[in-house]
Design a protein around this ligand. Structure first.
Ligand code: MEV
Length: 339
């Protein structure tokens, strides 16, 4: 049986993280930093998963029964990656209507990023595994036409594993490009821009998982629902203004909105001290805007430069402050099947 190979982009949120969990639209984009997943069908109803060393852990080769994960030595974050893969296979097989464990799968996964840095790696794993499972079971004739189905299935994987998740990460990664996310639909509308966005994307280490940070914001909401509603309204307004600024190539306006969004994330209690220092220093050397991106607690951040030329300076300063820079551009493509 033939091997299917996939290339899956990671992503950043430009505007509206956390608020998107409560139905507010957001803006996110895919990044040219890719997770690779390949796999084939094998017999015996087992699932064999090889996780590459560039996920920044030792190489594991584990054989799992369908309802139990057991690896030595115990690694919680590895168990999490494996949970996304196994849940994606379950969700996919249920969607297709496969009821018997006639076949198993041999899956290899690799990533240049550690898991849980806030760049959508778990969504990329979910989108990738769903696409792989559909392709191996001959359910994909035209990938473009299947992308909304893939996004929807991968979103349910995230909800099962994390407890709650907005559709933002999985829809952006499945479809690709700069997207305006309407979570209530859910829809991911392409924001078609014909210029290069001079961004610098990096990350610092993270202290909490996305699920923990989403819970923290939820607790804040429970303490003062009225005020929280007003904050959501302001984030919603920032997102709408940002969409216009992106379309009009108004980089100064966009930077200002990023700084505002960062300030609101700070008021929600999810911005780390390191990110505040980075934001402050990058603005000092000319960044138009800097913000925490994604769930926070450290993790990903995005800075907007005035021009291509000042991007290097921002990257150098961020690196001198201990950040790892991973991208200076966005990418247009979502999940791809490589032939
Ligand atoms: C995580 O990438 C972004 C959050 O808004 C959570 C979500 O959208 O599910 C914090």
């Amino acid at each position: 049986m033939s091997v299917v190979r996939l290339k899956i982009p990671t992503k950043i949120t430009l505007f509206g993280e956390h608020a998107v969990v409560y139905g507010v639209p957001a803006i996110a984009t895919t990044l040219p930093v890719y997770i690779s997943i390949s796999g084939e069908k094998i017999g015996g109803g087992i699932i064999r998963i090889n996780v590459g060393k560039s996920l920044q852990t030792p190489i594991y080769s584990v054989i799992l029964s369908r309802d139990r994960i057991s690896i030595e030595p115990d690694q919680d974050h590895m168990k999490k990656v494996l949970s996304y893969i196994l849940t994606a296979i379950d969700v996919c097989e249920e969607y297709i209507g496969i009821t018997q464990e006639v076949y198993g799968y041999s899956i290899a996964i690799d990533s240049p990023l550690p898991v849980s840095v806030g760049l959508g790696t778990s969504a990329a794993v979910s989108v990738g595994t769903v696409t792989l499972c559909l392709a191996l079971n001959n359910q994909i004739t035209d990938l473009e036409n299947s992308k909304y189905d893939i996004a929807k299935l991968a979103w349910s994987v995230e909800k099962i594993v994390q407890g709650s998740a907005s559709p933002m990460d999985t829809y952006t990664i499945a479809l690709g490009g700069l997207r305006y996310i309407e979570p209530s639909a859910p829809m991911a509308h392409l924001i078609d821009i014909d210029y290069e966005l001079p961004i610098v994307v990096g990350f610092t280490s993270r202290t909490h998982t996305t699920a923990e940070l989403v819970r923290k914001v939820k607790e804040l909401r429970e303490r003062n629902e009225g005020l929280f509603k007003e904050i959501l309204k302001i984030i919603g307004k920032i997102v709408e203004e940002a969409k216009k600024a992106l379309i009009n190539q108004d980089l100064e306006g966009l930077g200002m909105l990023m700084n505002m969004n960062h300030g609101i994330l700070q008021s929600l209690g999810i911005v780390s001290i390191e990110h505040n220092i980075i934001a402050h220093m990058l603005k000092n050397v000319g960044a138009l805007g800097v913000k925490t991106s994604g769930a926070g607690g450290g993790g990903a951040f995005v800075a907007l430069a005035k021009s291509k030329e000042s991007q290097e300076r921002l990257a150098t300063v961020a690196e001198s402050l201990g950040a790892k820079i991973i991208s200076r551009s966005i990418c247009q493509k979502g999940v791809e099947i490589l032939r």
